[in-house]
Design a protein around this ligand. Structure first.
Ligand code: PB1
Length: 328
């Protein structure tokens, strides 16, 4: 005999009741689409490691975005993919006025009113050594010089028209430096700061590094991206970035770090929480569906639901084009 205090089925037996059991539902506005902008102006190059993703030249960008904007795309994150010839040890090309990112900001802001343009801020796509900051002679990170340069790049993206800047470099103190730079530039009222706070030294970035030609030429990023086993450093980074003025707190990667997303929601209950479903997660789901492990749409929607359940208000995902179709 089942006891009365064991009974749950009635609360969700009728399909009409099931949405009532859900705290938040996915909408098109939940998603931000990371896109790669190459400095080959007329190019539209498929990215082998990331099915259905492209390196997009500035002359192809408007045509690429038009159908997505019509389907409800309202936020993109830009990653520049410059030619190797412009790379140097200081990432000088990161904020070149004629570089892919600044040109893309200006085009998108002029052609798509209502599209939020976020810029990833990092040096790894622009440095000859492929690290995310300046290096000392012994190849350790020069944090102070790196923070100064990252803030400079972020402010220059903001001056070009970016609505949001998101430093993925993981240098200590870059949030405060960027926020101060935006304030000094008279932009702190309109340019938000999305903190890659709990960003882990993950195995899941490989396809991106192929797409952005941004792998480290030597060593790795484990001295500045967080150790995957550390919940404490994730919590401390979240609290630090809140203090330093972050407007949005991000956890990255996503699916392997749902506990950290939940921590973020509890530590920053009054901030929007973002998660970045990174290239390796995207490729994993894509290839599993192709191999017949599961139905792509069902699995992607379930992955997005898991991130929302963990506490996300915003999800960065390469599945954004499909989600804009599926959420019609
Ligand atoms: O999709 C992804 O894998 C994102 C990779 C991510 C972009 N913010 C970084 C990870 C890395 O290559 O270490 C790039 C670092 N600036």
């Amino acid at each position: 005999m089942v006891e009365i205090d064991s009974l749950l089925h009635a609360g969700y037996h009728n399909p009409v009741q099931r949405p009532w059991q859900v705290e938040r539902t996915l909408t098109k506005g939940t998603f931000m689409y990371p896109i790669f902008i190459t400095d080959e102006d007329d190019a539209l190059i498929p990215i082998a490691s990331m099915p259905n993703q492209y390196r997009i030249g500035i002359n192809q960008l408007e045509a690429f975005i038009v159908p997505l904007f019509a389907k409800g795309l309202r936020a993109v994150m830009l990653f520049g993919v410059p030619n190797d010839s412009v790379k140097d040890e200081f990432g000088t090309a990161a904020d070149s006025p004629n570089g892919p990112v600044i040109q893309a900001i200006k085009l998108l802001k002029s052609k798509f009113s209502g599209l939020l343009v976020s810029c990833d801020v990092c040096l790894c796509e622009y440095t000859s050594h492929g690290h995310c900051g300046y290096l000392n002679a012994d190849h350790t990170i020069d944090n102070t010089a790196s923070v100064k340069r990252i803030a400079e790049v972020a402010v220059n993206y903001a001056k070009a028209g970016a609505d949001n800047v998101a430093p993925s470099d993981m240098m200590d103190g870059r949030m405060r430096a960027i926020k101060q730079g935006l304030l000094d530039a008279g932009l702190s009222h309109r340019v938000s700061l999305m903190a890659y706070s709990a960003k882990y030294a993950s195995a899941l970035y490989g396809p991106f590094r192929d797409a952005a030609c941004s792998g480290a030429q030597f060593g790795d990023r484990s001295a500045y991206q967080l150790p995957p086993g550390s919940r404490g450093l994730g919590r401390r980074a979240i609290e630090r970035d809140m203090r330093e003025g972050a407007d949005i707190i991000m956890v990255k990667p996503a699916m392997f770090y749902l506990d950290i997303i939940r921590d973020a929601k509890e530590l920053a209950p009054d901030h929007p929480i973002a998660a970045y479903q990174v290239s390796g997660e995207y490729a994993m789901i894509h290839h599993a569906a192709t191999a017949g492990v599961f139905d792509l749409k069902t699995a992607v929607l379930e992955s997005m639901t898991s991130l929302q359940r963990a506490g996300c208000n915003l999800i960065l995902t390469y599945f954004t084009p499909e989600l804009l179709e599926w959420l019609d």
